[in-house]
Write a protein that binds this ligand. Structure first.
Ligand code: MF3
Ligand code: CO
Ligand code: CO
Length: 337
């Protein structure tokens, strides 16, 4: 039984809250079922908010000193590249530059990874990546890179839990049990080096740890499938078999890519067996392999920011990426310290 609703709307509420009756208990008095349903939906929203990633607040844009050489797109208001490199084998000089850029990217990724712990914000990881690139004389390639959306506003991609890739660093605080992918690309002496890894935040449950392990294996089997004279398509086939045999999904919407003087060029390196995958693997090519693997299925959705991709089923997802050089016998991983 509730108190008979004899109070006027603007009277003080009977419960002693000091608020007006209409702002306090009136709905509960008039319609207890509706009040209970509203309360349940508030609780559900709170549970979802705690379980899933939401956009936080972005810090002001970080500056890059004037002496650092920018990639062409960073000078364009829309972040569009003026030139697009071919995916053809690189000359010896470019390969030498790639080795240095890729080592620098791997070092920066290591610094970022060392800072991952419960309580750190993704913005702090961005600061470390930004300063790490500049300290090595390079430009943080994501900053100002455009696509279909507004230019990427930060220097690192941070993708937490169900975020597949291209998460934007912000005030989000990493908590015990999260997983976070950090994707570093540096533009150094005219070429890009691109690498990422998924890190555990504190104590992580078995299912997520296993996801991260299998995703690392997927990158390894993809690298092992790189054979001069073989096909780009073989890489995706090897990765898909490894993932699906273990019950995981391969995200379809994002691919590995040629990399060098351009951030992204041909070939497109699918991570599943795509019959439309084009091209022969030739010595001297440089491209990335960067499988995104999910506990659930492979469909994705985009946030309104135009960058952040999440699994449609909100299952957790992990990623690892290396930049490779095709040699006469296989692949050399360039993004190593
Ligand atoms: N580093 C990502 C890749 O692996 C690309 C990031 S583009 C950005 O291809 F604009 F989101 F930074
Ligand atoms: Co890449
Ligand atoms: Co990357």
């Amino acid at each position: 039984m509730t108190t008979a609703p004899t109070l006027a709307s603007n009277d003080p509420c009977w419960c002693g809250s000091g608020r007006r009756y209409k702002r306090c208990h009136r709905i509960a008095d008039l319609d207890p079922a509706r009040a209970a349903a509203e309360q349940a939906s508030r609780e559900q929203a709170e549970r979802l908010a705690a379980a899933y990633v939401r956009p936080g607040r972005q810090s002001p844009r970080r500056e890059v000193p004037a002496h650092i050489v920018r990639p062409d797109y960073a000078l364009d208001p829309h972040g569009r590249p003026r030139h697009r490199d071919t995916g053809r084998p690189k000359d010896a000089e470019t390969i030498a530059l790639m080795r240095r850029a890729c080592r620098a990217a791997a070092e920066v990724l290591q610094e970022v990874g060392a800072a991952v712990r419960p309580g750190v914000t993704t913005d702090e990881l961005d600061r470390i990546a930004h300063e790490g690139c500049i300290a090595r004389g390079g430009y943080p390639s994501p900053l100002g890179y455009g696509g279909s959306a507004a230019p990427f506003p930060k220097s690192l991609c941070t993708s937490v839990n169900e975020v597949i890739c291209h998460g934007i660093p912000d005030s989000t605080v990493l908590k015990d049990g999260d997983i976070v992918n950090c994707d570093v690309t540096i533009y150094l002496d005219g070429v890009h080096g691109d690498t990422n890894a998924t890190f555990l935040v504190g104590e992580v449950d078995d299912a997520s740890r296993r996801l991260v392990d299998v995703t690392r294996e997927c990158l390894d089997v993809g690298i092992a499938a790189v054979k001069p004279g073989g096909r780009i398509r073989d890489i995706g086939r090897a990765i898909q078999t490894h993932a699906e045999d273990r019950g995981y999904g391969v995200i379809r919407a994002f691919v590995g890519h040629g990399v060098g003087r351009s951030f992204h060029s041909d070939p497109q390196v699918f991570h599943y067996d795509n019959p439309s995958a084009r091209g022969e693997i030739l010595p001297g090519m440089t491209f990335t392999i960067e499988p995104m693997i999910s506990i659930g299925d492979w469909h994705h959705e985009m946030w309104d920011d135009g960058w952040t991709a999440v699994t449609a089923d909100r299952s957790r997802t992990a990623q690892f990426e290396h930049t490779l050089l095709v040699t006469d016998t296989g692949a050399e991983v360039l993004t190593v310290v």
